[in-house]
Design a protein around this ligand. Structure first.
Ligand SMILES: O=C(O)CCC(=O)C(=O)O
Ligand SMILES: [Fe+2]
Length: 201
């Protein structure tokens, strides 16, 4: 596992974000995607909101539907995912002294044409979110499908570099929640992920 985790942290420290392909195996991606679909089919998903105090649904800002994962109701494949995240948290705490204590994750489904405009993941009123983690659950994603994650990486001297990352199944992206602005571009097909935050107490 360490071999999966180290390049992620290395990427964050050297360029502001980490990307790790095959964080999840194809069979794990398929199991979580199928679980996502079955949970959505029974009405467990909700339109995602904005803010953490008065949450409002703003489809001009974000168009995804989400479901929070809970340890208590997790299926074995979901529990295995959360356990892998827990191991990543332990690794980060051993190597970076961020003092992570907790994590929260939700499934996200972006229907075709939906997006999430440029934003920062930290709430003004709550700075416990330290690292943002996104893991994609899409099979055979093509460049023409769109749906890239755009990262706006500040450069020395004040300029900014835009990095675009395709939401390929099994790929994990991680960055500092309070630092890196980012955006989800619209896709021509359904776009699936499990997204979360590693938090301090
Ligand atoms: O799905 C992605 O690539 C990013 C999602 C995101 O920015 C968020 O949920 O805050
Ligand atoms: Fe975000």
């Amino acid at each position: 596992m360490e071999t999966l985790f180290e390049p992620i942290i290395d990427g964050i420290l050297t360029k502001g974000y980490g990307v790790q392909d095959d964080f999840l195996l194809p069979e794990e991606v398929a199991a979580l995607a199928s679980r996502l679909h079955s949970r959505r089919a029974v009405g467990q998903f909700r339109a995602a909101g904005i803010g953490n105090q008065q949450v409002t649904v703003e489809s001009q800002i974000r168009g995804d539907e989400i479901l929070w994962l809970e340890e208590a109701t997790a299926t074995p494949d979901e529990a295995a995912f959360l356990q892998r995240i827990g191991e990543f948290v332990d690794y980060v705490n051993r190597t970076c002294y961020l003092g992570l204590r907790d994590y929260e994750f939700h499934y996200a489904l972006y229907p075709p044409g939906t997006f999430y405009k440029r934003h920062l993941d930290q709430f003004r009123s709550d700075s416990r979110r330290k690292l943002s983690v996104i893991c994609y659950l899409n099979t055979d994603w093509q460049p023409t499908d769109g749906g890239q994650l755009a990262l706006y990486v500040p450069q020395p001297g004040g300029s900014e570099e835009t990095i675009t990352i395709s939401p390929a199944g099994g790929r994990l992206v991680c960055f500092e929640s309070g630092r890196l602005e980012h955006e989800v571009l619209p896709a021509t097909r359904e776009r699936l992920s499990v997204t979360g935050w590693l938090k301090t107490a």
